[in-house]
Ligand binder design. Structure first.
Ligand SMILES: [Zn+2]
Ligand SMILES: [Zn+2]
Length: 259
């Protein structure tokens, strides 16, 4: 079994090894970054990807100067929409097709990989816990919600990646989950090809809050996998605040790199 300096890329706890074994049973013993077969390891990543991951984690936010995992900088328009922080584990560069974090997040879009979701929420969970204690909040003052995927996508891929991430984050922080956000049924065009303004009007009316009582008077922790312009999160922040959430803290696996 390969040695791993900090055990950072290894599943935790007594059940970690068993969980990794199960994962390799279902998904093959593949690196969660490059997808190459990597046998005999006890990590989710191959040594080359681990090295790149360390470099990705050491990136600094150009706005606040903090390490990416400690950065709380919001997306444009998020403050106005009622979101007070955006926690992320890394920056996403769509041009860097070899980024292990980028590939792990893309992988999560069509594989129900709980271990990988747990890994991606490990650092954000630490940042969130620190932020809550700084603000004098307990886990019980918060509720974890997520940006739901469309039923059609769930049918095709068999997974709702933001829900999986929210579950992992909730498990790590002791925050309860609630399926407060639902799709309203408005058909969405693909966000990818749209401008920032186009994205805003595209997401308008796409979601609604189905259980306002679950967020009322609480800090909503809003989870998504990949944040690009922030249009979707901003819309959800606005809806959650309208439903009575006292604050919204956004958490994502990756935030598109700021240039
Ligand atoms: Zn790899
Ligand atoms: Zn920052």
């Amino acid at each position: 079994m390969r040695e791993n300096s900090a055990g950072e890329f290894r599943p935790e706890g007594r059940l970690g090894t068993a969980a990794l074994w199960l994962r390799s049973f279902f998904f093959g013993e593949k690196c969660a970054g490059c997808g190459r077969f990597e046998t005999g390891g006890d990590s989710l990543f191959c040594p080359a990807c681990e090295k790149r991951l360390r470099a990705e984690y050491s990136q600094k936010c150009p706005l606040c100067g903090r390490q990416v995992c400690a950065c709380l900088c919001t997306a444009p328009g998020m403050d106005e929409a009622g979101g007070s922080a955006l926690i992320k584990s890394g920056f996403y560069d769509p041009l860097d097709s070899a980024s292990p974090l980028g590939r792990a997040v893309i992988r999560l879009k069509d594989s129900r990989d709980r271990l990988l979701a747990g890994f991606l929420m490990r650092r954000p969970a630490q940042t969130l816990t620190a932020l809550l204690s700084e603000r004098g909040l307990a886990a019980g003052d918060c509720v974890a919600v997520w940006v739901p995927r469309s039923r059609a996508r769930i049918r095709i891929t068999g997974t709702d990646q933001a829900k999986l991430l929210a579950r992992a984050l909730a498990g790590r922080t002791g925050i309860a989950r609630a399926p407060a956000l639902v799709r309203s049924g408005k058909r969405s065009g693909a966000q990818k090809a749209l401008s920032a303004h186009g994205r805003e009007s595209n997401v308008s009316g796409m979601f609604r809050v189905s259980r306002p009582e679950s967020v009322r008077g609480r800090t909503a922790v809003l989870v998504d996998d990949l944040v690009t312009t922030g249009a979707t999160l901003n819309e959800c922040c606005r809806l959650l605040r309208e439903a009575g959430a006292s604050d919204v803290i956004c958490v994502c696996a990756l935030r598109t790199a700021l240039r």
